[in-house]
Design a protein around this ligand. Structure first.
Ligand code: 5GP
Length: 148
């Protein structure tokens, strides 16, 4: 078809694939057989979490619909728990597709960012959070999700 562009193939060496295989450490907040959620290492606000399908999907354009639906369920859990833990007034959910869409890491992920009234987001990937803060937030989030 005129104008069709082939999408790049899934790269099994992307950083989130390595996290999913347990080859790199991360601050997990939730895991089941089809999805993993962990803290963004450069949070745009405290509690900034990423939710991924375990299947090898590059982004929204190639993910299996059932895997996407499962990710949405986990996004809701994470948003509910983060609202409690961080006393959020709201939650921003973002998801980027391909370079032109703002995607930097090419394994599908959804950003869940707790928000406070009047507090702007930090710029993307601007500052690594302190490991102690990430560890503490991950433990609290894990407990809050388990209690939902
Ligand atoms: P996106 O692809 O949605 O534009 O952004 C990728 C996100 O992954 C960014 O928010 C960035 O801070 C986060 N990120 C990049 N490298 C790592 C990493 O090694 N560990 C974790 N937990 N997050 C990462």
């Amino acid at each position: 078809m005129k104008g069709d562009k082939p999408m790049a193939a899934y790269d099994p060496n992307n950083i989130f694939a390595k996290i999913l295989r347990g080859e790199l450490p991360t601050y997990k907040v939730y895991e089941d057989d089809k999805a993993l959620a962990f803290l963004d290492i450069m949070p745009r606000a405290p509690g900034h979490t990423l939710v991924l399908p375990k299947s090898a999907a590059r982004n929204l354009l190639d993910v299996a619909p059932d895997d996407l639906a499962h990710v949405a369920k986990v996004v809701q859990k994470v948003a509910q728990a983060a609202t409690k833990i961080f006393g959020a007034d709201g939650v921003t959910v973002q998801q980027f597709n391909e370079k032109a869409g703002g995607q930097v890491v090419f394994h599908l992920h959804v950003h869940v960012i707790p928000r406070k009234d009047g507090v702007a987001l930090k710029p993307p990937a601007s500052e690594k959070a302190a490991p102690e803060a990430l560890a503490e937030h991950a433990e609290k989030m894990k407990a809050a999700i388990a209690a939902l």
